[in-house]
Design a binder for this molecule. Structure first.
Ligand code: AKG
Ligand code: FE2
Length: 295
């Protein structure tokens, strides 16, 4: 898919761009299958350990995790990309359709940022300890990097693995506000890092329901948030980030890697084992590091 000039202009005007029907089952199914298999394995372990009364094996992807977590939420914190470190996730980060879209913004030397997430947003009230890391307050993605990344362009790619709707907590954005640059944020326990109340723009808000297969591209200064999941299903999504190779990611203690290069094709990381090992080592070494800059 090649982006048109009007689409690029719309991104620069609004700070985001929605593209429908980008990804097909052949793109998304391996990711979903990897997570299904992991959850199945862990459910069997929990059952064997007497921590779960049944497997919920007949339930579909958007329900099973909720049923399991209603009884035991041990699996829930294990699912993010860097913790599960699956081969399909690594492959997906180099998805050619996504990289073609990214190339239209940053050119052919592309690095994948370590700020990358799989988010199974559980039905409200189900999350361990009552606070949900996937109910996010208004923030800009530039607000969750160190200052070193400030001068550089980073493109957020957000995509649903199951349909995202207003009911299950899809994203909301403030169009055009990216032109104001980085707003003041603050970090608060239970709330995460969010735009400070006095810095929050009073402007139009757009809610972005996105069907599976679609992709949202977002500028790092576009304020966005997402609300509670008021359904009985899981809102599964991914958000990943790309930037020109050689620019700092704002998370120097976590691994980035080259996903596309016209000039130095041999520098593209295609070795899954190295990627997984680099993440494991970085997580072990970076415990206790202050991830965000705000007090
Ligand atoms: O998926 C969400 O609810 C929040 C995602 C987010 O903040 C992001 O993709 O940058
Ligand atoms: Fe974000």
């Amino acid at each position: 898919m090649k982006l048109t000039q009007p689409q690029l202009e719309q991104f620069h005007k609004d700070g985001f761009l929605i593209l429908e029907d980008v990804l097909t089952d052949s793109d998304l199914a391996p990711m979903i299958e990897e997570y299904r298999v992991y959850i199945d394995r862990r459910a069997n372990e929990l059952l064997a350990a007497g921590k779960l009364t049944q497997l919920y094996a007949d339930q579909l992807f958007d329900r099973r995790l909720a049923s399991i977590c209603r009884e035991n939420s041990e699996i829930y914190p294990e699912l993010d990309i860097m913790f599960l470190r699956g081969q399909a996730a690594f492959t997906f980060l180099r998805n050619e359709k996504l990289l073609d879209l990214v190339e239209a913004f940053i050119g052919p030397e592309i690095t994948c940022s370590p700020i990358q997430h799989v988010r199974p947003k559980l039905p409200a009230g189900l999350t361990p300890r009552g606070s949900d890391p996937h109910v996010v307050h208004w923030h800009q993605d530039a607000g969750v990097t160190w200052e070193e990344a400030d001068p550089h362009f980073i493109l957020t790619v957000w995509l649903p693995l199951t349909d995202a709707t207003p009911e299950n907590g899809c994203l909301r954005v403030m169009p055009g506000v990216h032109k104001q640059g980085l707003l003041r944020h603050r970090t608060k326990s239970g709330l995460g890092t969010a735009i400070s109340p006095e810095a929050l723009p009073h402007t139009k808000i757009v809610t972005l329901p996105l069907p599976k297969g679609s992709v949202l591209l977002m500028h790092k200064h576009t304020p966005h948030c997402s609300t509670r999941n008021n359904t009985d299903r899981v809102r599964w999504s991914m958000d990943i980030r790309y930037q020109p190779t050689g620019t700092p990611t704002g998370r120097p203690f976590h691994p980035h890697f080259v996903v596309r290069s016209a000039a130095h094709p041999t520098e593209v990381l295609t070795n899954y084992a190295i990627w997984a090992q680099t993440w494991a080592e970085a997580l072990a070494k970076s415990k206790g590091i202050r991830v965000h800059r705000w007090s």
